[in-house]
Design a protein around this ligand. Structure first.
Ligand code: HDD
Length: 699
C-alpha cells in the first residue's frame, strides 16, 4: 500500500501508464477510500451480514441497536448532491496535454510554453440545459471544460463547442437559463430549446442571434464529443517572460474532424441510447482510440481599443474569422483514461474560469468577469463548502501552502500557529512569491470610466456575424439550419414569438427566412439584409477525408453468412482504428467450421444510429426481417455508407436502397476494393452527394 499522504501535500504529478493523471489503481480499490477485502462499516468494523437487519427473532421487530443498519441507510439517504444548475449532464476523461513550445513567445505559463512538457488533464463534456439523466443527443450547446493540473497550479479552460455565447453580460445569465430550462409550472420540456420561453428570450435579446444560429446548425447535434471543436469563447490575455502581453482566443481542433448527427439520428438516439455520447467516449478510450485535439490560439495585439480588424475582442457574441487571424497550434491533448468512479471524478470535478496560472489572465469581457464570481460560488451549494479543492479530482498537482483554514469537510490537518502572512511565529512561512519567483502578479493596467450600467456601442451589432456564419456554410449545412429553425419554432405555441423570430431571420438571410416562413405557414417579412463577410473555415463539411479511429461498422449477418469475409473486413477496418460489430437475428455465436464470429448486436438490440456504416454479408438472412431493413433504410437516409457483398445485395434491395446511389458499396466478395471504398467513405463522414435522393427535411 502506498504511504498515506500528509495533509496539505500536493498530489503526485506522475501520469500512470494508462495516462490516467490521478493516483490510485483502476480497480476501484483506491487506498485513500477503501482498503482490505473484508466488508466493513464506514468505521472499519467487520460485519458478518449486510442483508438482514438485527431483529428480535426472524419476524422482528428491528432493533434500534443495529448501528450498521442506521449507518447504511443514513449514508444512502444522502448520496445525492445537487446537480449542476447548468451543464448537469456530462461525461469526463483523463488525459495529457503536451505543449509544442510555440507559445513560449507569448506566455510564461509552462503548461503552454515549455516544449514537450506533459501536463495531466481532466476534461468534462456536457450538454447545457438537460438534467443529469437527460439524453445526450439533444440539440444544445456542448460544454468542453478542461482542467490542467499544471506544476504552477491548476488552470481551467471552461469552454464550449461553439465560439460565441448568448449574452454579452453575465448579469443576464440567470435570465437566458430560466428561459431555456423547462417551464416552471409543468417542468417540461426536458433538455430542449424548442419551446416558447427560449425563443421568446432569444428574439427579444437579439445579441443571442449568433449563438442561436450555431445551435440551429449541425454544431448543435455533434456526432461525438470526439468530433467537436472547443472554444475558450472569451479573449484572454497572455503574458510572456518579459511581461509583454497579447490577446488570444483558444481553440480545440479535433484530429478526427468536426462531425455531426443528422436530426433524425439525434432524435432516435435520444430514445434508443440516451447515453450515446457518454458511451461513445468511454468505448473509444477503452478500445484505445484515444481522442485527440490540437490546442491553438488566435493572437491579437494588446491595444488599448481591444479590437482586431474592427471586431470588439471583449464581445463574447463575436468571433474573429480564422481567415483574418489563423489558429496557431501550441500543443496537443490526448484523452487516455476513463474515470474510475463517475461520482468521485466526473460529478465532483469543479471548474472555475478564475483558476488561472501565471502567464494567463482574463480580460474585461463582462461575461467572463461575471463567470469569475459564479463558478466559485456555485460549488458552495453543489459540493457543500469551501474546501472543494481538497476533493481528489480537484486537488492541484502543484504544492499547496495556503492560509485558508477550517470549513466543512476539511481534510487537511494544518500545522503551525500563524495562518497569516507575514508572520514571525511560524518563522514567516508561508512566504509570498513575486513575479521572478513564479508568483501570479497581474500585469499593471490603467482603469478609468464613469460608473454606470452600459455597454460599448460595438456590442449593438447583433446580425452581421450570424449572417456571415450562414453565408459561409455549404448548401447542405444551410438546409439543416433552415430545418432546425422550422422544427424549433414549429414547437412554439405563441404566434407572436414565431413572427418575431422571422423578423430576426430576415436580417440574416432572405432565403433562410423564406424557407422557415414556408415551413411555419407564415408570410416571410421583407428582407432587411445586413453587411457581412464570409469565413469558409466555419464549414464543417470539408472536401478532405478525416481519420476513422473509433468509427463503427455494423455487418448484417446470420447463420450461413460468409464469416471469412467478415474477418477480412474487420482486419482492414481495425488497421485504421475502426471497429466492426456483427449484427444477427439472435445472440450468441455464428459458427462455420473453424470460423467463429461473436454476435454483438441482434436485430432486437441494434439500431442504425450506433453504426457509421452498415454492410450486409454474403449469406445474410433473406427473410425480410423488418428490423434489419429499417436499419439499412435509416443508414441510407442518414447518408451513411451502406454496402453488401455477394447475395447480401438482395437484402439491400429489399430495403429499397438504390445500389447505384453515392456511398453505396457493393461487390462479389469481401475484398480489398470493398474495404478501401468503405474506409474512404467513412473518412468523409457521410455521402453528402446522396442528399437530393433522400427527403431534405430528414437529413
Ligand atoms: Fe458556465 C458550468 C461553459 C457562461 C455559470 N459553464 C459550465 C460548464 C461549462 C460552462 C463547460 C460545465 C463545467 C463542468 O463540466 O463542470 N459557461 C460556459 C461558457 C460560457 C459560460 C463557455 C460563456 C462563454 N456560465 C456562464 C455564465 C455564468 C455561468 C455567464 C454565470 C454568470 N456555468 C456557470 C455555473 C456552472 C457552469 C452556474 C454550473 C456548474 C458549475 O458552474 O460548476 O457556475
Amino acid at each position: 500500500m502506498p504511504p498515506a499522504r500528509q495533509p496539505n501535500q500536493s498530489a503526485p504529478t506522475t501520469v500512470s501508464p494508462t495516462g490516467v493523471g490521478h493516483e490510485g489503481p483502476k480497480d476501484g480499490r483506491d487506498p485513500r477510500a477503501q482498503a482490505g477485502d473484508a466488508l466493513t462499516t464506514p468505521n472499519g468494523v467487520r460485519i458478518p451480514d449486510s442483508d438482514h437487519s438485527l431483529k428480535a427473532g426472524p419476524r422482528g421487530p428491528v432493533l434500534l441497536e443495529d448501528f450498521h443498519l442506521r449507518e447504511k441507510i443514513m449514508h444512502f439517504d444522502h448520496e445525492r448532491i445537487p446537480e449542476r444548475v447548468v451543464h448537469a449532464r456530462g461525461a469526463g476523461a483523463h488525459g495529457v496535454f503536451t505543449a509544442n513550445g510555440a507559445a513560449a513567445k507569448v506566455t510564461r505559463a509552462a503548461v503552454l510554453a515549455e516544449k514537450g512538457l506533459e501536463t495531466p488533464v481532466f476534461v468534462r463534456f456536457s450538454t447545457v440545459l438537460g438534467s443529469r439523466g437527460s439524453a445526450d443527443t439533444v440539440r444544445d450547446t456542448r460544454g468542453f471544460a478542461t482542467k490542467f493540473y499544471t506544476k504552477e497550479g491548476t488552470w481551467d479552460l471552461v469552454g464550449n463547442n461553439m465560439p460565441v455565447f448568448f449574452i454579452q453580460d453575465a448579469i443576464k445569465f440567470p435570465d437566458i437559463i430560466h428561459a431555456g430550462k423547462p417551464h416552471p409550472d409543468r417542468e417540461i420540456p426536458q433538455a430542449q430549446s424548442a419551446h416558447d420561453t427560449f425563443w421568446d428570450f432569444v428574439t427579444l435579446h437579439t445579441e443571442a442571434t449568433h449563438h442561436t444560429i450555431w445551435n440551429m446548425s449541425d454544431r448543435g447535434i455533434p456526432r461525438s464529443y470526439r468530433t467537436m471543436e472547443g472554444f475558450g469563447v472569451h479573449t484572454f490575455r497572455l503574458v510572456n517572460a518579459d511581461r509583454e502581453t497579447c490577446l488570444v482566443k483558444f481553440h480545440w481542433k479535433p484530429r478526427l474532424g468536426v462531425h455531426s448527427l443528422t436530426w433524425e439520428e439525434a432524435q432516435i438516439a435520444a430514445g434508443v441510447d440516451p447515453d450515446f455520447h457518454r458511451r461513445d467516449l468511454y468505448d473509444a478510450i477503452e478500445a484505445g482510440a484515444f481522442p485527440e485535439w490540437d490546442l491553438g490560439i488566435q493572437v491579437f495585439p494588446d491595444t488599448p481599443e481591444e479590437t482586431f480588424e474592427g471586431i470588439d475582442l471583449l464581445d463574447p457574441t463575436k468571433i474573429v474569422p480564422e481567415e483574418l487571424a489563423p489558429v496557431q497550434v501550441i500543443g496537443t491533448m490526448v484523452l487516455t483514461g476513463n474515470p474510475t468512479n463517475f461520482f468521485a471524478e466526473t460529478e465532483q470535478v469543479a471548474f472555475h474560469t478564475g483558476h488561472l496560472v501565471p502567464g494567463i489572465e482574463g480580460t474585461n469581457d463582462p461575461l467572463l468577469q461575471g463567470r469569475n464570481f459564479s463558478y466559485l460560488d456555485t460549488q458552495l451549494t453543489r459540493l457543500g463548502g469551501p474546501n472543494f479543492t481538497q476533493i481528489p479530482i480537484n486537488r492541484p498537482h502543484a504544492p499547496v501552502n495556503d492560509n485558508t483554514r477550517d470549513g466543512f469537510h476539511q481534510h487537511g490537518i494544518h500545522t503551525g500557529q500563524a495562518p497569516y502572512t507575514p508572520n514571525s511565529v511560524d518563522a514567516g512561512s508561508p512566504f509570498p512569491s513575486d513575479w521572478s519567483e513564479g508568483g501570479y502578479v497581474n500585469v499593471p493596467r490603467a482603469v478609468s470610466g464613469e460608473v454606470g450600467r452600459s455597454a460599448p456601442a460595438s456590442f449593438d451589432d447583433h446580425f452581421s456575424q450570424p449572417a456571415m456564419f450562414y453565408a459561409s456554410l455549404t448548401s447542405v449545412e444551410q438546409q439543416h439550419v433552415a430545418d432546425a429553425y422550422t422544427f424549433e419554432l414549429g414547437k412554439c405555441y405563441e404566434q407572436s414569438i414565431k413572427e418575431r423570430a422571422l423578423t430576426v431571420l430576415a436580417k440574416i438571410d432572405a432565403d433562410l427566412c423564406a424557407r422557415v416562413a414556408a415551413g411555419l405557414g407564415l408570410p416571410a417579412p421583407s428582407p432587411e439584409p445586413v453587411e457581412h463577410g464570409e469565413s469558409p473555415a466555419l464549414r464543417q463539411i470539408k472536401p478532405e477525408p478525416f481519420p476513422i479511429e473509433g468509427r463503427i461498422v455494423g455487418v448484417v449477418a446470420g447463420p450461413g453468412a460468409d464469416l471469412k469475409g467478415i474477418a477480412k473486413l474487420r482486419e482492414a477496418l481495425e488497421a485504421e482504428g475502426a471497429l466492426l460489430r456483427v449484427i444477427a437475428p439472435h445472440g450468441g455465436q455464428l459458427v462455420d467450421g473453424s470460423d467463429v464470429e461473436i454476435v454483438e448486436r441482434t436485430f432486437a438490440t441494434g439500431r442504425s444510429i450506433e453504426f457509421d456504416a452498415i454492410v450486409v454479408a454474403d449469406g445474410a438472412p433473406k427473410d425480410g426481417d423488418f428490423r434489419a431493413l429499417v436499419m439499412l433504410q435509416e443508414a441510407f437516409r442518414h447518408l451513411k455508407a451502406v454496402g453488401a457483398w455477394g447475395d447480401g445485395v438482395e437484402v439491400l434491395q429489399a430495403a429499397g436502397v438504390d445500389v447505384e446511389a453515392p456511398g453505396v458499396l457493393t461487390g462479389e466478395k469481401s475484398d480489398k476494393t470493398l474495404a478501401t471504398g468503405l474506409i474512404a467513405a467513412l473518412g468523409m463522414h457521410r455521402a453528402w452527394e446522396r442528399t437530393p435522393l433522400v427527403s431534405a427535411s430528414l437529413v
